[in-house]
Design a protein around this ligand. Structure first.
Ligand SMILES: Nc1ncnc2c1ncn2[C@@H]1O[C@H](COP(=O)(O)OP(=O)(O)OP(=O)(O)O)[C@@H](O)[C@H]1O
Ligand SMILES: [Mg+2]
Length: 260
């Protein structure tokens, strides 16, 4: 390419707010000449690269904005440690159809069995697929809703959250709520019902959620909405955190050591 043309492409790609195009255009021009590409093939290849780069940086932005506590992927997940888990089901969920159908996912199981790992991995997949995602623990979500409520902005906040294709609520059950928290949480669940997805994780079976929320009626109405269109996945076994410690089970987790 002549110097003039190179300078014009540099100027024009900046004007288009796509400065990467300058490098791609130069790099692919050589390849195009060598390969005898048509003008159309060349243009399509340059635009292709730009779109791919934008998608990737958009996904990175969405992943950063989601507030994940760590980066975890489905590829990192060791299914041998969860033999009862249906790999096909998890792979299918990773495909993200549940998001367009506003279905929910509930991950249940004892500590260290990979609930948060899978929730993050599904969230990262969703971000790559173009969905906005927000991650928080149940306690963080309630604090956020309480704060909005105290500023008289609860309805606006709940409406704003509907623009997120996926909301992840981690650790339902570790810390019990007060009753007003249960009501706030119910409003979040109910606003997303059949509209946008939730991924929830809990160490407790649904039967015990009433105790967590301090209100059996609110808890059952909430669970009813969550599970109407949902995959409920139960993880089992010993904590993965103990895997390389030489400890096979926590003493209190061995059946012979429990009083039940
Ligand atoms: N099957 C697995 N393959 C690979 N890593 C795993 C697996 N299960 C758990 N881990 C890892 O073990 C650690 C604990 O898992 P995770 O945080 O997902 O557990 P959890 O079920 O959310 O536990 P808790 O109820 O205590 O929050 C994480 O670092 C996670 O990446
Ligand atoms: Mg967890």
């Amino acid at each position: 390419m002549g110097d003039d043309t190179t300078a014009r492409i540099e100027y024009l790609s900046r004007a288009l707010k796509a400065p990467r195009i300058r490098d791609t255009a130069e790099r692919l021009a050589e390849q195009a000449r060598d390969g005898g590409w048509s003008h159309e093939d060349y243009l399509a290849a340059v635009l292709d690269r730009e779109v791919a780069a934008r998608d990737a940086s958009g996904a990175q932005l969405r992943i950063r904005a989601a507030g994940f506590p760590a980066r975890k992927t489905l590829d990192d997940f060791n299914f041998d440690h969860q033999p009862a888990l249906n790999r096909d089901q998890i792979a299918h969920l990773g495909g993200g159809v549940f998001l367009s159908q506003a279905r929910n996912i509930v991950l249940l199981g004892p500590p260290g069995t990979g609930k948060t790992h899978l929730a993050i991995a599904l969230g990262i997949k969703a971000a790559h697929a173009g969905h906005r995602v927000l991650f928080g623990t149940a306690v963080e979500w309630v604090a956020r809703l309480q704060e909005a409520h105290s500023r008289g902005r609860l309805a606006a906040e709940i409406l704003r959250l509907r623009r997120y294709g996926l909301i992840i609520v981690d650790e339902v059950g570790y810390i019990p709520f007060e009753q007003d928290a249960a009501n706030l949480f119910f409003q979040l669940v109910s606003s997303r019902y059949e509209h946008a997805s939730l991924v929830l994780t809990s160490n407790l079976p649904f039967a015990r959620w009433g105790d967590v929320f301090g209100d059996q009626v609110v808890a059952s109405a909430m669970i009813d909405r969550i599970v109407h269109h949902a995959d409920v996945i139960t993880l089992k076994g010993a904590s993965y955190r103990l895997k390389d410690t030489g400890i096979t089970t926590l003493p209190s987790a061995r059946p012979e050591n429990t009083t039940e």
